[in-house]
Design a protein. Structure first.
Length: 365
Protein backbone atom coordinates (compact mmCIF):
# COMPACT_ATOMS: atom_id res chain seq x y z
CA UNK A 1 0.00 0.00 0.00
CA UNK A 2 2.01 2.96 1.27
CA UNK A 3 4.16 3.96 4.20
CA UNK A 4 1.21 4.74 6.48
CA UNK A 5 0.34 1.06 6.84
CA UNK A 6 3.09 -1.08 8.32
CA UNK A 7 3.03 -4.86 8.35
CA UNK A 8 2.56 -5.95 11.95
CA UNK A 9 3.33 -9.46 13.18
CA UNK A 10 0.38 -9.15 15.61
CA UNK A 11 -2.13 -8.72 12.77
CA UNK A 12 -4.04 -11.82 11.61
CA UNK A 13 -6.87 -12.45 9.16
CA UNK A 14 -9.45 -15.21 9.04
CA UNK A 15 -11.04 -15.63 5.60
CA UNK A 16 -14.38 -17.45 5.72
CA UNK A 17 -14.42 -19.67 2.63
CA UNK A 18 -16.65 -22.61 3.49
CA UNK A 19 -20.05 -21.60 2.08
CA UNK A 20 -21.80 -23.13 -0.92
CA UNK A 21 -23.34 -19.95 -2.39
CA UNK A 22 -26.49 -21.77 -3.50
CA UNK A 23 -28.22 -18.56 -4.70
CA UNK A 24 -25.53 -18.37 -7.42
CA UNK A 25 -26.47 -21.74 -8.87
CA UNK A 26 -25.69 -23.05 -11.47
CA UNK A 27 -22.22 -21.43 -11.40
CA UNK A 28 -21.81 -21.98 -7.66
CA UNK A 29 -22.08 -25.70 -6.86
CA UNK A 30 -21.26 -27.79 -3.81
CA UNK A 31 -18.18 -29.12 -5.62
CA UNK A 32 -17.01 -25.63 -6.68
CA UNK A 33 -18.62 -22.73 -4.75
CA UNK A 34 -18.73 -19.10 -5.85
CA UNK A 35 -15.71 -17.92 -3.80
CA UNK A 36 -13.52 -20.04 -6.10
CA UNK A 37 -14.97 -18.43 -9.26
CA UNK A 38 -14.07 -15.25 -11.11
CA UNK A 39 -17.61 -13.93 -10.83
CA UNK A 40 -16.91 -10.51 -12.38
CA UNK A 41 -14.51 -11.49 -15.13
CA UNK A 42 -11.54 -9.66 -13.51
CA UNK A 43 -9.01 -12.48 -13.89
CA UNK A 44 -9.08 -13.24 -10.15
CA UNK A 45 -11.47 -15.36 -8.13
CA UNK A 46 -13.32 -13.78 -5.20
CA UNK A 47 -11.06 -15.68 -2.77
CA UNK A 48 -7.93 -14.46 -4.54
CA UNK A 49 -9.21 -10.86 -4.49
CA UNK A 50 -9.96 -11.10 -0.75
CA UNK A 51 -6.52 -12.52 0.10
CA UNK A 52 -4.71 -9.91 -2.02
CA UNK A 53 -6.70 -7.12 -0.35
CA UNK A 54 -5.80 -8.30 3.15
CA UNK A 55 -2.14 -8.72 2.22
CA UNK A 56 -2.04 -4.92 2.02
CA UNK A 57 -1.90 -4.85 5.82
CA UNK A 58 -1.46 -8.39 7.14
CA UNK A 59 1.61 -10.63 6.72
CA UNK A 60 0.70 -13.43 4.32
CA UNK A 61 1.83 -16.07 6.83
CA UNK A 62 -0.81 -14.69 9.24
CA UNK A 63 -3.72 -15.19 6.84
CA UNK A 64 -5.80 -18.24 7.75
CA UNK A 65 -8.49 -19.77 5.55
CA UNK A 66 -11.52 -21.36 7.20
CA UNK A 67 -13.19 -23.76 4.82
CA UNK A 68 -14.87 -27.13 4.53
CA UNK A 69 -12.43 -30.03 4.28
CA UNK A 70 -13.59 -30.80 0.74
CA UNK A 71 -12.25 -27.42 -0.49
CA UNK A 72 -8.69 -27.60 0.90
CA UNK A 73 -7.14 -28.52 -2.45
CA UNK A 74 -9.01 -25.68 -4.19
CA UNK A 75 -7.70 -23.20 -1.60
CA UNK A 76 -4.09 -24.35 -2.06
CA UNK A 77 -4.47 -24.24 -5.84
CA UNK A 78 -5.80 -20.69 -5.84
CA UNK A 79 -3.59 -19.32 -3.04
CA UNK A 80 -0.14 -20.86 -3.65
CA UNK A 81 1.40 -18.28 -1.29
CA UNK A 82 -0.13 -19.94 1.76
CA UNK A 83 0.93 -23.11 3.54
CA UNK A 84 -1.48 -25.98 4.20
CA UNK A 85 -1.05 -25.29 7.92
CA UNK A 86 -2.85 -21.97 7.32
CA UNK A 87 -6.05 -23.81 6.41
CA UNK A 88 -8.57 -24.78 9.07
CA UNK A 89 -10.70 -27.53 7.57
CA UNK A 90 -14.17 -27.98 9.06
CA UNK A 91 -15.28 -31.62 9.00
CA UNK A 92 -18.92 -30.46 9.22
CA UNK A 93 -20.87 -27.25 8.60
CA UNK A 94 -21.61 -25.58 11.94
CA UNK A 95 -22.15 -21.92 11.03
CA UNK A 96 -19.56 -19.27 11.93
CA UNK A 97 -19.15 -19.30 15.73
CA UNK A 98 -17.40 -22.68 16.21
CA UNK A 99 -14.78 -22.16 13.50
CA UNK A 100 -14.05 -18.56 14.57
CA UNK A 101 -13.64 -19.69 18.18
CA UNK A 102 -11.25 -22.45 17.18
CA UNK A 103 -9.24 -20.07 14.97
CA UNK A 104 -8.99 -17.54 17.81
CA UNK A 105 -7.72 -20.22 20.21
CA UNK A 106 -5.10 -21.36 17.68
CA UNK A 107 -3.90 -17.80 17.03
CA UNK A 108 -3.88 -16.84 20.71
CA UNK A 109 -1.77 -19.89 21.54
CA UNK A 110 0.74 -18.73 18.94
CA UNK A 111 0.59 -15.00 19.79
CA UNK A 112 -1.24 -13.70 22.87
CA UNK A 113 -0.96 -10.11 21.55
CA UNK A 114 -2.81 -10.92 18.33
CA UNK A 115 -5.62 -8.85 16.82
CA UNK A 116 -7.62 -10.42 14.03
CA UNK A 117 -10.10 -9.58 11.32
CA UNK A 118 -12.76 -12.04 10.20
CA UNK A 119 -13.70 -11.41 6.56
CA UNK A 120 -16.00 -13.18 4.09
CA UNK A 121 -14.22 -14.60 1.04
CA UNK A 122 -16.94 -13.75 -1.46
CA UNK A 123 -17.75 -10.03 -1.04
CA UNK A 124 -16.73 -7.25 -3.39
CA UNK A 125 -14.95 -4.15 -2.06
CA UNK A 126 -14.37 -1.32 -4.50
CA UNK A 127 -12.00 1.14 -2.77
CA UNK A 128 -9.33 -1.08 -1.27
CA UNK A 129 -7.28 1.84 0.09
CA UNK A 130 -10.30 3.01 2.10
CA UNK A 131 -10.86 -0.57 3.29
CA UNK A 132 -7.28 -0.83 4.59
CA UNK A 133 -7.64 2.56 6.29
CA UNK A 134 -10.84 1.46 8.06
CA UNK A 135 -9.24 -1.85 9.02
CA UNK A 136 -6.16 -0.09 10.44
CA UNK A 137 -8.42 2.14 12.59
CA UNK A 138 -10.26 -0.94 13.87
CA UNK A 139 -6.99 -2.74 14.66
CA UNK A 140 -5.68 0.31 16.55
CA UNK A 141 -8.86 0.53 18.63
CA UNK A 142 -8.99 -3.23 19.30
CA UNK A 143 -5.33 -3.42 20.34
CA UNK A 144 -5.86 -0.88 23.09
CA UNK A 145 -9.39 -1.70 24.30
CA UNK A 146 -11.43 -4.73 25.37
CA UNK A 147 -13.92 -4.45 22.50
CA UNK A 148 -15.59 -6.44 19.74
CA UNK A 149 -15.64 -4.45 16.51
CA UNK A 150 -17.31 -4.60 13.15
CA UNK A 151 -17.19 -2.53 9.97
CA UNK A 152 -20.74 -1.40 9.16
CA UNK A 153 -21.75 -0.66 5.57
CA UNK A 154 -23.40 2.67 4.75
CA UNK A 155 -26.87 1.77 3.40
CA UNK A 156 -27.64 3.14 -0.05
CA UNK A 157 -31.31 2.09 -0.09
CA UNK A 158 -33.93 0.37 2.11
CA UNK A 159 -32.61 -3.17 1.62
CA UNK A 160 -34.67 -5.92 3.27
CA UNK A 161 -32.04 -8.62 2.64
CA UNK A 162 -29.46 -7.49 5.22
CA UNK A 163 -29.36 -7.26 8.99
CA UNK A 164 -28.79 -3.76 10.38
CA UNK A 165 -26.57 -2.31 13.12
CA UNK A 166 -27.98 0.55 15.20
CA UNK A 167 -25.30 2.76 16.76
CA UNK A 168 -25.17 5.62 19.25
CA UNK A 169 -25.32 8.90 17.31
CA UNK A 170 -23.82 10.84 20.22
CA UNK A 171 -20.37 9.25 19.66
CA UNK A 172 -18.18 11.91 18.05
CA UNK A 173 -15.32 9.47 17.39
CA UNK A 174 -14.94 7.22 14.34
CA UNK A 175 -15.76 4.21 16.53
CA UNK A 176 -19.48 4.17 17.36
CA UNK A 177 -21.00 2.26 20.28
CA UNK A 178 -23.43 -0.37 18.97
CA UNK A 179 -26.87 -0.14 20.57
CA UNK A 180 -28.29 -3.28 18.98
CA UNK A 181 -28.25 -5.61 16.01
CA UNK A 182 -31.52 -5.72 14.08
CA UNK A 183 -32.87 -8.64 12.04
CA UNK A 184 -33.64 -8.29 8.33
CA UNK A 185 -36.52 -5.78 8.30
CA UNK A 186 -39.57 -5.37 6.11
CA UNK A 187 -39.47 -2.51 3.61
CA UNK A 188 -41.23 0.09 5.77
CA UNK A 189 -38.97 -0.67 8.73
CA UNK A 190 -35.89 -0.43 6.52
CA UNK A 191 -37.04 2.98 5.24
CA UNK A 192 -37.39 4.08 8.88
CA UNK A 193 -33.84 2.91 9.62
CA UNK A 194 -32.45 5.03 6.78
CA UNK A 195 -34.44 8.06 7.88
CA UNK A 196 -33.02 7.83 11.41
CA UNK A 197 -29.49 7.96 10.00
CA UNK A 198 -27.73 5.80 12.58
CA UNK A 199 -28.21 2.39 10.99
CA UNK A 200 -25.64 0.44 8.97
CA UNK A 201 -25.78 -2.82 7.06
CA UNK A 202 -24.15 -5.76 8.81
CA UNK A 203 -21.45 -6.85 6.36
CA UNK A 204 -20.05 -9.70 8.47
CA UNK A 205 -16.58 -8.13 8.89
CA UNK A 206 -15.38 -8.41 12.51
CA UNK A 207 -12.24 -7.20 14.30
CA UNK A 208 -11.04 -7.92 17.84
CA UNK A 209 -8.05 -9.00 19.88
CA UNK A 210 -7.92 -12.73 20.46
CA UNK A 211 -7.99 -12.00 24.21
CA UNK A 212 -11.27 -10.06 23.90
CA UNK A 213 -13.06 -12.53 21.64
CA UNK A 214 -12.06 -15.52 23.78
CA UNK A 215 -13.32 -13.70 26.87
CA UNK A 216 -16.63 -13.06 25.07
CA UNK A 217 -16.99 -16.73 24.10
CA UNK A 218 -16.15 -17.89 27.61
CA UNK A 219 -18.76 -15.48 29.05
CA UNK A 220 -21.63 -15.95 26.59
CA UNK A 221 -21.02 -19.46 25.19
CA UNK A 222 -19.37 -21.37 28.06
CA UNK A 223 -20.23 -24.85 26.69
CA UNK A 224 -18.88 -24.07 23.25
CA UNK A 225 -15.77 -22.47 24.74
CA UNK A 226 -15.13 -25.46 27.01
CA UNK A 227 -15.49 -27.88 24.08
CA UNK A 228 -12.81 -26.17 21.99
CA UNK A 229 -10.57 -25.12 24.90
CA UNK A 230 -10.07 -28.83 25.59
CA UNK A 231 -7.97 -28.99 22.44
CA UNK A 232 -5.54 -26.26 23.47
CA UNK A 233 -2.60 -28.65 23.78
CA UNK A 234 -3.37 -30.15 20.35
CA UNK A 235 -3.75 -26.89 18.40
CA UNK A 236 -0.90 -26.11 16.00
CA UNK A 237 0.47 -29.66 16.41
CA UNK A 238 0.19 -32.91 14.45
CA UNK A 239 -2.62 -34.10 16.75
CA UNK A 240 -4.90 -31.13 16.00
CA UNK A 241 -6.70 -32.82 13.09
CA UNK A 242 -7.66 -35.83 15.21
CA UNK A 243 -9.06 -33.56 17.95
CA UNK A 244 -11.09 -31.54 15.44
CA UNK A 245 -12.46 -34.67 13.75
CA UNK A 246 -13.56 -36.10 17.09
CA UNK A 247 -15.05 -32.94 18.59
CA UNK A 248 -16.20 -30.55 15.86
CA UNK A 249 -19.50 -32.35 15.30
CA UNK A 250 -20.36 -31.84 18.97
CA UNK A 251 -20.43 -28.05 18.57
CA UNK A 252 -23.64 -26.05 18.34
CA UNK A 253 -24.73 -24.72 14.94
CA UNK A 254 -24.67 -21.00 15.76
CA UNK A 255 -23.51 -17.78 14.08
CA UNK A 256 -20.94 -15.50 15.67
CA UNK A 257 -23.58 -12.72 15.63
CA UNK A 258 -25.95 -14.69 17.88
CA UNK A 259 -23.18 -16.29 19.93
CA UNK A 260 -21.26 -13.22 21.08
CA UNK A 261 -21.99 -10.00 19.18
CA UNK A 262 -25.64 -9.57 20.17
CA UNK A 263 -25.30 -10.39 23.90
CA UNK A 264 -22.07 -8.37 24.42
CA UNK A 265 -22.05 -4.81 25.76
CA UNK A 266 -18.60 -3.82 24.44
CA UNK A 267 -19.43 -3.80 20.72
CA UNK A 268 -18.35 -0.92 18.46
CA UNK A 269 -18.75 -0.22 14.77
CA UNK A 270 -16.81 1.90 12.29
CA UNK A 271 -19.00 3.15 9.42
CA UNK A 272 -17.17 1.98 6.31
CA UNK A 273 -15.91 4.51 3.78
CA UNK A 274 -15.57 1.94 0.96
CA UNK A 275 -18.12 0.70 -1.59
CA UNK A 276 -19.29 -2.83 -0.83
CA UNK A 277 -21.43 -5.52 -2.39
CA UNK A 278 -22.05 -8.89 -0.73
CA UNK A 279 -22.53 -10.57 -4.14
CA UNK A 280 -25.18 -12.72 -2.51
CA UNK A 281 -27.43 -13.17 -5.54
CA UNK A 282 -27.42 -12.77 -9.32
CA UNK A 283 -29.32 -9.53 -8.75
CA UNK A 284 -26.54 -8.12 -6.56
CA UNK A 285 -23.98 -9.09 -9.22
CA UNK A 286 -26.13 -7.27 -11.77
CA UNK A 287 -26.20 -4.18 -9.53
CA UNK A 288 -22.41 -4.30 -9.21
CA UNK A 289 -21.79 -4.51 -12.95
CA UNK A 290 -24.53 -2.33 -14.45
CA UNK A 291 -24.64 1.46 -14.22
CA UNK A 292 -28.34 1.86 -15.01
CA UNK A 293 -31.43 -0.36 -14.51
CA UNK A 294 -31.93 -0.59 -18.28
CA UNK A 295 -28.45 -1.93 -19.00
CA UNK A 296 -27.61 -5.58 -19.66
CA UNK A 297 -24.85 -6.85 -17.35
CA UNK A 298 -22.46 -9.23 -19.11
CA UNK A 299 -19.69 -11.51 -17.77
CA UNK A 300 -17.60 -13.73 -20.09
CA UNK A 301 -20.02 -13.36 -22.99
CA UNK A 302 -20.36 -11.38 -26.23
CA UNK A 303 -23.82 -9.86 -26.50
CA UNK A 304 -26.00 -8.75 -29.38
CA UNK A 305 -29.23 -7.37 -27.89
CA UNK A 306 -32.32 -5.88 -29.53
CA UNK A 307 -35.20 -4.49 -27.47
CA UNK A 308 -33.73 -6.23 -24.41
CA UNK A 309 -32.70 -4.65 -21.11
CA UNK A 310 -32.01 -5.34 -17.45
CA UNK A 311 -30.65 -8.84 -18.10
CA UNK A 312 -27.83 -10.55 -16.19
CA UNK A 313 -25.82 -12.69 -18.63
CA UNK A 314 -22.90 -15.00 -17.83
CA UNK A 315 -21.40 -17.75 -19.97
CA UNK A 316 -18.36 -19.89 -19.28
CA UNK A 317 -16.66 -19.69 -22.70
CA UNK A 318 -17.03 -16.12 -24.04
CA UNK A 319 -20.06 -17.33 -25.99
CA UNK A 320 -22.05 -15.09 -28.34
CA UNK A 321 -25.51 -14.42 -26.85
CA UNK A 322 -28.28 -12.96 -29.03
CA UNK A 323 -31.38 -11.51 -27.36
CA UNK A 324 -34.52 -9.91 -28.74
CA UNK A 325 -37.49 -8.82 -26.67
CA UNK A 326 -36.22 -10.12 -23.32
CA UNK A 327 -36.16 -7.92 -20.22
CA UNK A 328 -34.99 -8.50 -16.63
CA UNK A 329 -33.86 -12.11 -16.88
CA UNK A 330 -30.95 -14.08 -15.48
CA UNK A 331 -29.26 -16.00 -18.31
CA UNK A 332 -26.42 -18.22 -17.09
CA UNK A 333 -24.56 -21.00 -18.86
CA UNK A 334 -22.43 -23.36 -16.79
CA UNK A 335 -21.21 -26.45 -18.61
CA UNK A 336 -24.22 -28.76 -19.02
CA UNK A 337 -26.71 -26.31 -17.45
CA UNK A 338 -28.45 -23.31 -19.00
CA UNK A 339 -30.54 -21.16 -16.63
CA UNK A 340 -33.06 -18.66 -18.04
CA UNK A 341 -34.97 -17.25 -15.10
CA UNK A 342 -36.80 -14.01 -14.21
CA UNK A 343 -34.70 -11.65 -12.09
CA UNK A 344 -37.80 -10.86 -10.04
CA UNK A 345 -37.89 -14.49 -8.87
CA UNK A 346 -34.19 -14.80 -7.97
CA UNK A 347 -34.95 -15.65 -4.33
CA UNK A 348 -36.42 -18.88 -5.69
CA UNK A 349 -33.14 -20.11 -7.23
CA UNK A 350 -32.21 -22.00 -4.08
CA UNK A 351 -35.48 -23.97 -4.27
CA UNK A 352 -35.09 -24.43 -8.04
CA UNK A 353 -31.64 -25.93 -7.41
CA UNK A 354 -33.22 -28.51 -5.09
CA UNK A 355 -35.80 -29.43 -7.73
CA UNK A 356 -33.02 -29.96 -10.29
CA UNK A 357 -31.26 -32.20 -7.76
CA UNK A 358 -34.43 -34.27 -7.26
CA UNK A 359 -35.03 -34.68 -10.99
CA UNK A 360 -31.51 -34.89 -12.47
CA UNK A 361 -29.19 -35.90 -9.60
CA UNK A 362 -26.72 -34.53 -7.04
CA UNK A 363 -23.97 -33.93 -9.60
CA UNK A 364 -25.81 -30.85 -10.90
CA UNK A 365 -25.94 -28.95 -7.60
Amino acid sequence: MNQIYQMNKNYYAIIMAGGVGSRFWPVSKESFPKQFHDMLGTGQTLLQKTAARLEGLIPKENIIILTNERYCDLVLEQLPQIDKNQIIAEPAMRNTAPCILMAALKIHKQNSNAVMVVAPSDHWIEDETAFISNLQNAFDFSENSDVLMTLGIQPTFANTGYGYIEYDKSNATAEKKVLQFREKPDYETAKGFLKQGNFLWNGGIFIWSTASVLKAFETHQPKLYALFAEGLEQYNTETEAAFVLENYNKSENISVDYAIMEPSENVYVIPATFDWNDLGTWGSLYDKISDTPSENAVVNARLLAENSSGNMIKTDTNKIVVLDGLDDFIIVEEKEILLIFPKSKEQGIKQLRNRVKDKFGDQHI
